[in-house]
Design a protein around this ligand. Sequence first.
Ligand SMILES: Cc1cc2nc3c(=O)[nH]c(=O)nc-3n(C[C@H](O)[C@H](O)[C@H](O)COP(=O)(O)O)c2cc1C
Length: 232
Amino acid sequence: MRNEFIAFSILSLVLVGGVAYFAWQPMWWAFVILGPMIILGVYDMLQKKHAIMRNYPIVGRGRYLMEELRPKMYQYFIESDTSGAPINRIKRNIVYQRAKHELDTTPFGTQLDVYEVGYEWLNHSISARKLSEESLNPRVLVGGQACLRPYSSSLLNVSAMSFGSLSKNAIMALNGGAKIGSFAHNTGEGGLSPYHLKMGGDLIYQFGTGYFGCRDRNGNFRRKISLPHGKS
Ligand SMILES: Cc1cc2nc3c(=O)[nH]c(=O)nc-3n(C[C@H](O)[C@H](O)[C@H](O)COP(=O)(O)O)c2cc1C
């Protein structure tokens, strides 16, 4: 309350002083700038949403302005080409260039610190060995002795991406890939669509979150999934 009183006193002084000064001068048009500021200052003092603006009318707005500018200043002046998260500037630039059909290749070198502790990379072997069938196609058996239909699952499969977040063509492409590569394709929480079944790849049916895929027409949880004739 004390701050408000001080701010109000200063603003009143400026107002009265301004009126007195400019009334004597042929610069009355300066009120075009001062007038709205005074109104803004009075508004700031009377509003109850932002304590900073109420305590420091007009000047307090600087804080919100800085907050607004902060990400932009950070991006333009502080952030390096490699430090931005989640996607750094180098990668963003490639996206921009490709979107504009501009040249997206940079000759030689990298700006990444490849000597940094923890930097990881893959090297191909200079004395290649013949890999066993098992290491080429790592699999695990799902389902113990009591299981009527155990399943030999690939360790690498297509992770859950629901129909709604992709499209019929993407679903068919993923499932077609699963068929060719003998791995499985998770339906995602959107449930099963006819396009999941079209290409014949193995499917993992996602129950969670249970919002979309496992409901009957009345919105109740549905325990039985009916597949088109001939599919199992
Ligand atoms: C477009 C898209 C849709 C997704 N939909 C689902 C989903 O329906 N159910 C689910 O459990 N996870 C979903 N996910 C999460 C992925 O299954 C996966 O866990 C996630 O993308 C992390 O793996 P990544 O780092 O290889 O992308 C989705 C991811 C993406 C990109």
